[in-house]
Design a protein around this ligand. Structure first.
Ligand code: NI
Length: 263
């Protein structure tokens, strides 16, 4: 049996306390064949907790960075701490970083763009890939990255890709990979399903983005957790008319190519 990988999850909050805590979450992942999880930081504190988890559990790797919606907490000096975290042997990427124009009270666009740029520079300096979060900012993200294509030399992932199938070609031209989670299994997930069928399979990755976005058939249950990445991959295999074991193997290979510190 090949292993599943959850390339984007959030295990640093208290959402799992009532279901046995992180050790039980990791144990259930293990039992369900999920051999690798990449826990994503979204600010300095969560990036530090993600590092601690990676030191406790063999299966857990992490990325460190500032999510665009969390920038109100950002203090000068934090980037130096993120830089130090990124040098950890189990830190596979700078992330999640990007642009989020969804809510009116999100940090100002200029603040988002400034920190996005500085974190892309950081990843480039460290020779690491980036994990990108982009919400309601498709064209802006595309143009921003096109202007900085040289900073993407070490690759990047559009996590929980939610834009149009047509735009996948534009992001592909920047050398990016794509991961899909629970929404691609939902009845109203046609757009994500079309993307999965359009993107070349060697560029596809699987995630949960837990604790939210629980895949079908458990949509609506909270919290989501990495063991459920199985439903995402199994559904992807159906969409691609591909053998599940072969797809699992391919996804693991793609993950190890992009996130080269993954063992
Ligand atoms: Ni996330």
């Amino acid at each position: 049996m090949e292993s599943y990988i959850d390339v984007h999850c959030h295990l640093t909050g208290g959402e799992f306390d009532e279901i046995g805590g992180i050790s039980a979450v990791v144990e259930r992942a293990r039992e369900n064949g999920v051999q690798r999880m990449i826990c994503s930081g979204f600010d300095l504190a969560s990036s530090q907790i993600a590092k601690d988890l990676s030191e406790t559990y063999d299966e857990v790797y992490f990325c460190a960075g500032f999510h665009p919606s969390e920038l109100k907490k950002f203090r000068e000096g934090d980037l130096e701490e993120i830089r130090a975290l990124c040098q950890h042997e189990k830190c596979v990427a700078v992330g999640e970083i990007g642009l989020d124009y969804h809510f009116d009270d999100n940090p100002a666009k200029e603040v988002q763009r400034d920190l996005f740029h500085r974190q892309l520079v950081l990843a480039d300096e460290l020779g690491l890939p980036v994990v990108l979060h982009s919400r309601d900012a498709a064209q802006e993200t595309l143009e921003f990255l096109r202007e900085r294509k040289e900073l993407l030399r070490h690759g990047g992932l559009m996590h929980c890709y939610s834009y149009s199938p047509e735009m996948t070609a534009d992001f592909m031209a920047l050398g990016l990979r794509f991961s899909f989670g629970g929404p691609s299994t939902w009845k109203n997930g046609k757009k994500a399903q079309e993307c999965i069928q359009r993107i070349p399979a060697p560029l596809l990755l699987s995630e949960t983005d837990c604790p939210y976005l629980t895949p079908a058939p458990y949509r609506g249950t909270f919290p989501n957790e990495p063991k459920n990445v199985k439903y995402v991959v199994d559904n992807m295999a159906v969409l691609l008319n591909k053998n599940v074991e072969a797809l699992k193997k391919q996804i693991m290979q793609t993950a190890k190519t992009l996130f080269f510190k993954l063992k």
